[in-house]
Ligand binder design. Sequence first.
Ligand code: PKZ
Length: 633
Amino acid sequence: MNTPLGPDCLPVVYGELETDTRLYSLGLIVHGESNGTGSTTLRGDMSSEIGDRDLVEDPLFILERGEVYRNPTEVKMSQIVLPCHANHCGELSVGQLLKWMDSTACLSAERHAGSPCITASVDDIHFEHTIGVGQVVNIKAKVNRAFTSSMEVGISVSCEDLFSDSLWNVCDAFATFVARRSEVGKVQLKQVVPRTQTEQMEYSIAAERRRMRLIHAEIITDLLSTSTAQLGECQEYQNAVSAERTRVESVELVLPPHANHQVSTFGGQIMAWMENVATISACRLCNAHPTLRTIDMFHFRGPSHIGDRLVLKAIVNNAFKHSMEVGVCAEAYQGAGELRHINSAFMTFEVLDKDGKPRTLPRIRPEHVDGNRRYQEAIARKKIRLDRKYIISCKQTEVPLSVPWDTSNQMYLSYSNLSALKIMAAQGNWMLSSEKNKVSLYTLEENQMLCFKVETTVNVPAEQAFQLLSDLRRRHEWDRHYQQCDVIIQPDEDDTIYQVTTPCVSRGGKGQDFILLASRRKPCDSRDPYLIALRSVTVPTHPASEDYTRGEVLCAGFSIIEESSDVTTISYYNQATPGVFPYISNDIAGLSSSFYGTFQSCSKYLEENRDSLDALPPLKPGAEWDGPGRTPL
Ligand SMILES: CCCCCCCCCCCCCCCC(=O)SCCNC(=O)CCNC(=O)[C@H](O)C(C)(C)COP(=O)(O)OP(=O)(O)OC[C@H]1O[C@@H](n2cnc3c(N)ncnc32)[C@H](O)[C@@H]1OP(=O)(O)O
């Protein structure tokens, strides 16, 4: 009997890694936390106290050949926080920190590009701690990946107290820089070559983050228009503060000291000015000292230069129980010229009491029309931030394996689905367990977690293999455990939610069903594989029923690599969950070779269909499930 390669189990952002790794997901950082065994548990906290200096990632790695390696793009900056860098509470101003982060990141980008670089955007940043006068800020930046003319720079900030010899992570961020050379048109950057496992992972996930970045504005606009339509009227609170009272407008004349070495206004300075007006606005609501917690992703839309006047405007869009959202906008003009939109950002502030706990805030009374819109949109953005935090950073042990899917978290689920597969694939410690007829079975065992990988090579073009494997409706043609597979929802051409039913594992038992999100991704460039990631989700139309035992998949999927125009390596990954383990334990222990049978059927299916894709009608984006057991397409 062939053992099923599915039910495609598995996880998402949590797993175990061998390195001290920081992965990011749209501003939410998953930290590698040492567990004392040399491996690392992925945690979803924004940042964590390091406490032990050994845990801070050292850029110097001893490679297998004994050679010492340091990432050639890495740049470090250390600064003692002086009173001139701090606010009246003796805390480092976030504006100053942003300047240091932007400069360090720019120098790293320029080290890779060999030419001037400008900041295009900065992903969401969450500040976990404030930094006091006398403490040291350590900033490290390195290029994770170069695309055509742009590159992603990863920035990590820690705080060091020299007197107690302790160290904390403060925040991690990802910025995109664009290389510019006046004498040529668009710059073509050289590729980054990842050398360590951490670099390999960051390189791989950077492509996914870039995709999110480029569609971010569009998706947020869509989400805002659908969610605000459902919110109805603004709520009225007693003693609410008028939003008008929090409105701030301030002008700055860009002088030579505000320019960068390319004579445009230094991006870090613009961010610092924006943070300044946002803080004044937040302060007008709470009449106390506000602490900046997060800045949502922002984009430098166009340059400004020495001599420009920068008009900075801020207003509190909405105040919740413990946090408030301030909208900030920067526009530039010259003399009597038109205003140019340079940047906009949403910043979330809290007010902390003496124990560091967030205080209850006064509510806001929006002004009519635009104020109401901003008020409602702030609620929708709060929901989007919470969804993102839940999906990307929650602990595996604390939440059900399956995460509810809806249109507002679709982008993050797809991202975390693919990132989890990329993380698993990038592990360097896969052990070859057995090999038969050119099919290899590998395992990866880490702290009660077992992953397996089955790999083979087929004489089928990679794109064709990708198309054939990504339509789960055809999987029954080679995996007899995919008894039935129906499309429930297809929100876009890259994501499809299926209901899969499988026969019962034990005699007299019930069959299992799975609600699986399949996320497909074509390569970003020739060094990337095609990917099909699978994980369980829940959808309200398909609750667990009495007919089936509901099974769950944390992380599984295919990585498809083009070796040549006609030869493709297919790797199937799966993180074993308790429900799946019984299917695979015999194979892993070498007592059965049923995996090989299934994978050979898979190879045969691909080779037989290498010239055709016409067995089922193509999936159409936007399709919705319309009844049990039917494919609505
Ligand atoms: C008093 C004390 C003062 C202290 C003082 C100290 C001074 C200490 C100086 C230190 C040094 C530091 C220096 C920091 C560096 C700056 O300060 S730079 C200044 C701030 N930034 C700016 O002014 C940029 C303004 N924006 C722009 O010029 C344009 O929007 C951009 C970024 C060039 C993009 O323009 P575009 O028309 O979209 O260009 P396009 O060719 O279509 O795209 C180019 C690339 O950008 C990418 N891109 C476009 N939009 C985005 C986006 N939103 N997200 C990501 N990528 C994007 C595209 O994907 C494309 O990538 P590739 O496919 O080529 O790889």
